[in-house]
Ligand binder design. Sequence first.
Ligand code: 6PG
Length: 241
Amino acid sequence: MDLKIYKDKQEVAEQFSSYFVDQLKGKDAFYVALSGGSTPKIVFDVLAENFAGKINWSKVHFYWGDERCVPPSDDESNYKMTVEHLFSKIEVPKENINRILGENDPVNEAMRYANLLEIDLDRVEEVPQFDLVILGMGDDGHTASIFPHEIELWDYEDHCVVATHPDSGQKRVSINGKVINTAKEVAFLVTGASKAEKVKAVVQKTEGSDAYPASLVNPSSGKLVWFLDEEAAAKLNQNPS
Ligand code: 6PG
């Protein structure tokens, strides 16, 4: 596990962008699963600002690790957020953008998306393999859209599952454990003080941390990197508080 700790969100975004560009080097095609929520916004802004004209975006194939079951025009949509902060600023072929159809029936869409991944990506023991899965982590220790109250979804045989947000009841379509841990590389993007307690629990595997889906991220490749700001990393290596 590689921990990269930077001063603030901006520096996390800059450093992650450089890392992402490095990942593309020498590759004809690169398959990436994007995360949603608010953290990626600044990352996408920096990526677009610093590298819009420097990357051959036609070799990047974009998928999502999870999506809210809302129309693509909805402010809750991870796809909409990514269009606003990245796709509207770069030259990327439309066929490279493989959104989860949030407007569809969640169960049908989870099946459709799982099939799409199985067709589009290389497979390792029948599991679709991304070059990179980008993940966030919620204050409750969820990742992608696998939440603690239904952590059993992590181990489902299906490669995409229908999840339910614990507070809002909002349905989500999410990749789960097998796909995440089959990825060639996994990068967590986690910033802000509200994440510090769970970062400590998950990174240092403290008592009870196995209740948090983020603690189950353990790619077989061994390539797991955390991009953290100082606020999110503040409780690491301290005695239990
Ligand atoms: C989503 C995400 C989710 C997110 C975490 C962190 O659709 O919301 O995929 O897993 O990464 O909730 O969200 P923030 O970056 O907004 O804290």
